[in-house]
Design a protein around this ligand. Sequence first.
Ligand code: FE2
Ligand code: ZN
Length: 361
Amino acid sequence: MDVQISESSLKIIKNKKLEYELPFLWLRDNCPCNNCRVRETQEKRFMLSSIPVDLKPKIVNVNENAINIFWPDDHETSINFKDIEFLTQPRKPKKILWADTFIPNYYDWSELLQNNDVAIEAFSDFISTGAICIKNSPCIPNSLEKLTPKLGPIREVLFERIHNVSVDGHVYNIAHTSLEVPPHNDFASYSWPPSVQALHMLENECSGGESMIVDGYKVLSDLREDCPNFFDVLRTFTVPFREFDEENETYANEPIIRLNSLNEVIGFRYSNQLMQMIDPRKQNIDLFYKAYHELCKRVNDKKYKSIFRLDAGNILLVSSHRVLHGRKEFKPDGKRHLQDAYYELDNIENNLFLYKNLRGN
Ligand SMILES: [Fe+2]
Ligand SMILES: [Zn+2]
């Protein structure tokens, strides 16, 4: 192992290859000592602005396991290589994109609630595919509250805490009719829509009304490949969405596609029913509509639709910034009652991490 000290960083060279280049500010900022951390919580206490930007180490020692540094004020920092190695481990399961032949896996309600191994399997699956089903759940209203120890707190939005979907309740949305509901995600009218949605079938005696889900990331990945210009328009052009009734008025003006700084898709906002009139004077409106036409064609193409029947006692759980849901038209020839509640994906990812840690991974 070789060490080179450059103007502003420490180079660690192993077998003649540069293993790490560690900026001095990085080394100082990550000092794990008890003065630089809050001992009880391991939170960082050290503030970078308390040292000069051109800080350089006074003495550097490196062995197989750790880097040891004395700074000009005699503060000592020791950083283990295994802590740096750990940073390369993926924290979340890898996404698996799917199309029409996909059917979500089913997990038993009681097992999911009581057995952490089942929860680990279900949540890993959920984070990878964006959709799972829970079977044998109680056909009792508001049972979705009982999932909070596993899924995290309910993400409340306006209208109702647990939303009722039936033809004889409060009608403020196409889902409260017997019409086909095209694939969409809920609450596109919020600047941060709920990122997980549970659809709990309490009664389903009607013919028709099969559930359909679409992997929005798969649609967008194909669109990006086939029509990169359209993809680009849809990630920059903002679109107004509104959901309202006599007492509620929710509104967001956001692009349909959201990317992270690595240009990966991290959000899809798609709701034909909530989309509002766009100011026709807006620049690129013509191009937007051509791109949106292509997107609509793809979202509604049967090659992307996974279709299955949600029976009473089944809960469909979707990662709702990614997976769109809808249902076929049904005949109102029997009882049909569905309840919706929302959660946040961060909390599920967090629980997966915790359960794995408890188990020793
Ligand atoms: Fe919906
Ligand atoms: Zn320190």
